[in-house]
Design a protein around this ligand. Sequence first.
Ligand code: ATP
Ligand code: MG
Length: 416
Amino acid sequence: MSESGNSGTSILLPGARVSVFTKDGETIETVRALAEDWRFARVVLKTHEGDVNDAIALYGTEISPDLVIVQTEEIDDAFAQRLETLGGRCAEGTGAIVIGPVNDVYLYRRLISMGVNDYLVRPVKPLIFGEVIAKSLIEKMGASGSRLIAVTGAKGGVGTSLLAQSLACGVADQLHQKTLLLDAAGSWSTIGVGLGFEATTTLAEALKVGAAADEQRLSRMLFASGDRLSVLASGGDVMLEHNASPDQIEKLLNVFMVKFPVIVFDLSQAPIPVRRSILARAHKVLLVSTPTLPSLRLARTLLLEIKELRGGSAEGTDLILNMQGFAPTAEATKSDIESALDCKPAAALPFNPKLFAGLESQGKKFTDDKAGAEIARMLVALVQKLIGAESDESSASEKHKHASGMGGLFNILKSK
Ligand SMILES: Nc1ncnc2c1ncn2[C@@H]1O[C@H](COP(=O)(O)OP(=O)(O)OP(=O)(O)O)[C@@H](O)[C@H]1O
Ligand SMILES: [Mg+2]
């Protein structure tokens, strides 16, 4: 019977499916509240108004989720038998939590010996419920990190910052992922203008707080742009003294990567050593170039260097052509670009000064504008697989890893 509200599980939980079978209005309300908890951003919580019999019936025809929670009013031999039947219907490694009416240590021990992850007494306090589910999921799947997407430019002024903003808005508003937009540009940053906020701190201060791993103070340095997009509201630094190191940025990321499923890093104006370290470790790199010769020439060299940094693999690096149509007679054709760079551009975005300069000067989000949302959608398409599919894959492989060793309820019952 878990009573502790320990905060050891205050991290972003891995992508998982959890189903709760209950007829208790209070429990239903608690589940609803948990869905709003940031730790559960990637957990699909489903409530079924029913009991163990409904779970048995459902998993006779449907694949069971990662964790099944069953609330019961009767804890007797018949219930234990039904749990056993349920175990037979569920996939190997499925976790189980039982919510019951009585606080009974012998019953608790019996259920645990059957392989139940935990037993809770109703009414379940949201804090404890959250902790117990988190603990079960982490035991089962391991804690999984977030996705870091680096956006970098072949040269200055090619639109790196605005495309990073557009992508971050798209991931937050179109993929509904809690997202953080970061840069290491200090007061050279233009994100505040683009998203309409004033810097409330300096990058130097944020790096200091990051080095101390002070999560709460860092959270207060964030600007919320809508429900799911946050931005580090730094930028009040002295322009000519800006100097972030890879190590400092790494410490900042260590704090943020357990809170945000997706981090978009705008590398334009970042010191070169920071670009190097982020390009090496990002899950995805978007390299922005215009279709004109000076930019393409740098893009070609940069693509080779990025490949080398990433262990000789070009996988996960996409070239984006921006401002297509800006100078039609001076622009290389798509096929010329493909053969010269040995890389097929993943997206080509039109030159649209009215849209870009308009949104930027009004401090308006791309996703709040019809044409802007289209640009965001094109960029989101490049990372959607990474955000969705990879988390599924990693949870699937973690699942496999733990399924054999964990001995969840249903493994134990099956091996009887
Ligand atoms: N597709 C586009 N169509 C029209 N204008 C664009 C487009 N993309 C970017 N711009 C404009 O280009 C300018 C530079 O954009 P941005 O600041 O994003 O570039 P950057 O590569 O980050 O620059 P820096 O190297 O200074 O950091 C902005 O004024 C922006 O409005
Ligand atoms: Mg920029």
